[in-house]
Ligand binder design. Structure first.
Ligand SMILES: [Zn+2]
Length: 125
C-alpha cells in the first residue's frame, strides 16, 4: 500500500450538531491512528465527542489519497454525502462500520484494510 488513507467518522449521537469527521493517515497506520483518537490524541473535535460519550463509527475509508484531497473534501463540506450511514445508496447493502471507536476503547474492531468500494462522486460546488 502506498500513500495516505482518508477515513470518515460518523458520530453516534452527533456531538454539538456535528455528525462527521474526515481524517487522514499514512497507509497501513489506520488502526494506530484510530487508537490515538480514542486516547484523545487525534483531533480536538474527536476527543471532545468521544469524551462526551458519542461513538465514532468508521463509516468509510479511501486508499491512495493525498492531503490535497482531504483539504478539498473538507472545504467542499457535505460529508454526509460521502457517508454510507447517512446516504444508504452508497452502500451495496446495509452500511457496516469498519470499526467503532469509543473513549479509551482501544479500537477493538479489526480493520480489514479493504477500502469502501464506492467512492462517492464529487460535488460540483
Ligand atoms: Zn453519517
Amino acid at each position: 500500500m502506498t500513500g495516505f488513507t482518508l477515513y470518515l467518522f460518523h458520530f453516534d449521537p452527533p456531538f454539538k450538531g456535528v455528525s462527521h469527521y474526515l481524517g487522514i493517515t499514512r497507509a497501513g497506520r489506520e488502526r494506530q491512528r484510530w487508537r490515538e483518537h480514542e486516547e484523545g490524541d487525534g483531533a480536538s473535535l474527536t476527543a471532545a465527542a468521544l469524551r462526551a460519550g458519542s461513538l465514532a463509527h468508521v463509516a468509510a475509508v479511501w486508499n491512495n489519497k493525498t492531503f490535497a484531497d482531504e483539504k478539498s473534501w473538507k472545504r467542499a463540506g457535505h460529508l454526509r454525502n460521502r457517508c454510507p450511514f447517512c446516504t444508504p445508496g452508497l452502500a451495496q447493502g446495509a452500511p457496516v462500520a469498519i470499526a467503532t471507536l469509543r473513549w479509551r476503547g482501544l479500537a477493538a474492531s479489526a480493520f480489514s484494510g479493504v477500502a469502501f468500494p464506492a467512492s462517492p462522486s464529487r460535488r460540483a460546488n
